[in-house]
Design a protein around this ligand. Structure first.
Ligand code: NAD
Ligand code: ZN
Length: 341
């Protein structure tokens, strides 16, 4: 097991990669605990949960809403949850995002932690302290920064994940390699079969490295005023695509990364050959690299991106495989690229 830390404004978050769900009690404080999870995770792993009340939320982005939060707040009141209560989220990115938001807002903030059960949430969603929910058609529009006390990334839980969810997670791992770590990109190219088969040694390495990369970026810029923006590589266009066809977060990010790589190539930052290498790797991980969507509709959805700054937007380009740059570009320039894509 490896423990990595994120030192946030309000405390340290410890991420235990390779720890087991059954050991979660070691990390819980004495006193009342309430668990938030979803039906699928409960179905597979309830027998390993600590003995305490469990709140179940619905699955899918359409449940990551203030309406769901309202139901949970009511349930917390019914359970007489007070400021000493600890909230434990056991699940994927949706459970973690909602748990963090609920715990940080109920009674002005309770302590919370996660057992992260999807590859995507282990390498990304549960790390870094961003919590929030969707609002109308705006993704993650309402939320706050607040670090969990701990995150457990139990890689054995990934064995029950559907293949599609595994590849969703690999999209974020590939993103981390693309923006900061060329050696990890090479390793992914060479070991994709082992990785897809969830070979424990390979997965443990990839989850640990991904958490290390994300934790280091967040450490430098918890509130996303600069450095943290680079984690949005592939997300500006990807989020817009996610809203249109709802293919799953990682799959949308895969298409977004292909588009952002092509844009980087058009700007002369990377070669066509490197663009091809990126698409080839994404395809090896069963991720989509082609998209047949109307650019105007993608643009309409991008107008709702919260990373906009007036008529400009922070866009993450690759300057090489393993290196990126964040430029403030005009929406018009982005539109011009999209129209000709
Ligand atoms: N806060 C952040 O920094 C951050 C970063 C990246 C993504 N996100 C958010 O994360 C969300 C996506 O997360 P996700 O991909 O984990 O989706 P998810 O939470 O919807 O999980 C995907 C599916 O897998 C099921 N599942 C979970 N664990 C399982 C297991 N061990 N075995 C079998 N099935 C299991 C879930 O029930 C669900 O049906 C999006 O809402 C995205 O915005 C947040
Ligand atoms: Zn993402």
């Amino acid at each position: 097991m490896k423990t990595l830390c994120v030192k946030g404004e309000k405390g340290v978050s410890r991420i235990h990669v390779g720890e087991k769900l059954v050991n979660v009690e070691k990390y819980l404080p004495h006193g009342k605990i309430v668990i938030i999870t979803d039906e699928t995770v409960k179905k597979y792993y309830y027998s390993d949960f600590p003995d305490c009340p469990v709140i179940i939320i619905g699955q899918g982005e359409e449940n990551k809403t203030l309406d769901t939060c309202k139901k949970i707040y009511k349930e917390l009141i019914r359970l007489e949850v007070d400021r000493e209560t600890f909230i434990l989220g056991i699940g994927g990115g949706i459970v973690c995002d909602i748990t963090g938001f609920i715990a940080s807002t109920y009674m002005r903030g309770l302590k919370f932690g996660f057992v992260s059960t999807t590859l995507l949430s282990q390498v990304d969603a549960s790390v870094g302290g961003k919590n929030g929910v969707n609002f109308d058609s705006y993704k993650n529009m309402v939320g706050l920064f607040c670090q969990p006390e701990f995150v457990i990334c139990d890689i054995s839980l990934l064995n029950t994940l559907p293949e599609k969810e595994i590849s969703n997670g690999f999209a974020e791992i590939i993103k981390h390699a693309l923006i900061t770590d060329a050696a990890m990109f090479d390793l992914l190219e060479k070991n994709f079969q082992k990785a897809l088969k969830l070979d424990p040694e390979t997965i443990l390495y990839l989850v640990t490295e991904s958490v290390r990369i994300k934790a280091a970026v967040v450490q430098k810029d918890e509130k996303e005023a600069g450095e943290r923006r680079k984690l949005n590589f592939g997300h500006t266009i990807g989020h817009a695509m996610e809203k249109i066809t709802n293919p799953g977060h990682g799959r949308a990010v895969s298409m977004g990364m292909v588009a952002a790589s092509l844009f980087s190539c058009e700007k002369g930052f990377i070669t066509e050959e490197k663009c091809r290498k990126i698409s080839d790797l994404l395809e090896k991980f069963d991720l989509p690299v082609n998209f047949d969507m109307d650019s105007r509709i993608i643009m309409e959805n991008m107008q709702k991106d919260k990373k906009r700054a007036g008529d400009r937007i922070y866009f993450v380009f690759l300057s090489d495989i393993g290196r990126c740059r964040v430029d403030l570009i005009t929406i018009d320039e982005l539109e011009d690229f999209m129209i000709h894509l």
